[in-house]
Write a protein that binds this ligand. Structure first.
Ligand code: FAD
Length: 348
């Protein structure tokens, strides 16, 4: 079918679970509208939860794609890759891409997720740290970790621990330096933490005593020239092949700062996922949703929640009035074998 240039233009920023779920539902409900998905990344939608599989020999990026390239053509969803949105002009319903192009929208869905949170004192150590957010990051970690090598997780959120359990199972060594953000997004009291840390040891992790990380620097010579040294408060230090901050996610909202939309840490949305501007909606890790029960704006993480948010925002953009309800029981379980299992590790 030819594109109808007078049809409403729905623009979705973000090529993750939330953005793709929304695009699919909008197309099912409206055969006419134009849908554009804009993404900073180079790849089509792929399953980030499966990235630890690079340590099980799955190295081809095509194996991680959720849809075939034809899916987007068949559903007339235009994908703009490697296109970073730099700002939004809500009054004119336009957004700008970093390469200066202007895109007009009738309705906008912001589904930009988040990036790894890095404490202020570690900003200068960034060149010595690895992330694990993209396929490219995952392959870089794989290349930097020799067989049986050591990865040190700072903090130890559920994303890092998910990678960690695969590494332990595949013959690598994993150290966790705990902090108050260990097990994020689970909220574990300080008195409760030792029980969960002991469960990590049962799973094969090495757990360091909780310590304040001051910096990470290059440490290697000769064969281990990529090695890093983690400097701890009090003068202690430890060496690893890869050091990864795992302190949870900070919502990707910088480009929204002049948009006029209310932001606390995430984009503030009603339970219908509408921002403080009626034509701008948000879903996924980027948004903070009003909860009547908590009388506060809250983040809801996990694959099932994020997927549901994409669906709910899309329905409401099409004229429904559906509130978001959490799909995830947020408790962290100690299993019969004495390890941990998290609902945030589940996806489908
Ligand atoms: C390896 C890995 C494992 C994970 N495992 C878990 C887990 O076990 N449990 C859990 O709860 N969560 C996990 N997560 C978190 C997971 O990212 C989220 O729950 C979920 O994927 C968020 O989906 P989203 O659609 O909101 O955003 P994302 O999947 O983060 O997608 C955001 C998209 O927005 C794009 N974007 C961002 N800013 C801009 C911009 N300015 N311009 C254009 N595009 C932009 C990005 O390129 C990306 O396409 C994991 C994440 C990773 C990376």
């Amino acid at each position: 079918m030819a594109t109808n240039h007078h049809a409403p233009h729905i623009v979705i920023i973000g090529n993750g679970v939330a953005g793709n779920q929304a695009a699919a539902l909008i197309r099912r409900r409206d055969k006419e509208c134009r849908i554009t998905v804009i993404s900073a990344g180079a790849l089509l939608f792929y399953n980030r939860y499966e990235l630890p599989d690079v340590f099980r020999g799955r190295h081809d990026w095509r194996d991680y794609l959720v849809h075939t390239p034809e899916y987007y053509d068949d559903n007339r969803i235009t994908i703009r890759r490697k296109s970073l949105v730099s700002d939004i002009n809500a009054a004119n319903r336009t957004l700008h891409l970093e390469h200066r192009e202007e895109v007009r929208y009738d309705q906008l869905l912001v589904a930009t997720g988040g990036g790894g949170y890095l404490p202020e004192q570690l900003r200068d150590s960034l060149p010595h740290l690895h992330g694990f957010s993209t396929y490219r990051d995952a392959m870089a970690v794989h290349a930097a970790l020799p067989k049986g090598g050591r990865l040190t997780l700072l903090g130890g959120d559920m994303i890092g621990l998910d990678l960690g359990r695969t590494l332990v199972e595949t013959g690598y060594r994993v150290t966790v330096i705990p902090s108050e953000r260990s097990f994020w997004p689970h909220e574990i009291d300080a008195e409760e933490q030792p029980r969960y840390l002991a469960a990590l040891e049962t799973m094969g992790f090495e757990v360091f005593a909780p310590a304040s990380v001051e910096a990470v620097e290059a440490a290697g010579k000769g064969k281990r020239k990529g090695a890093k040294r983690v400097l701890l408060e009090g003068g202690k230090s430890l060496v690893a092949d890869v050091v990864m901050p795992a302190y949870g996610i900070a919502p990707a909202v910088d480009f929204m700062s002049a948009s006029g939309v209310d932001i606390e840490r995430g984009l503030l949305v009603s339970s219908q996922l509408q921002t403080t501007r009626p034509e701008i909606w948000a879903s996924g890790d980027v948004c903070q949703i009003w909860s009547e029960t908590h009388n506060a704006y809250r983040f809801y993480y996990g694959w099932k929640n994020v997927k549901k948010m994409g669906e709910v925002a899309a329905r409401n953009m099409m004229g429904d009035d559906t509130p978001f309800k959490s799909q995830v029981d947020e408790s962290l379980i100690i299993t019969k074998k004495g390890g941990i299992h998290s609902p945030f590790w589940e996806y489908q």
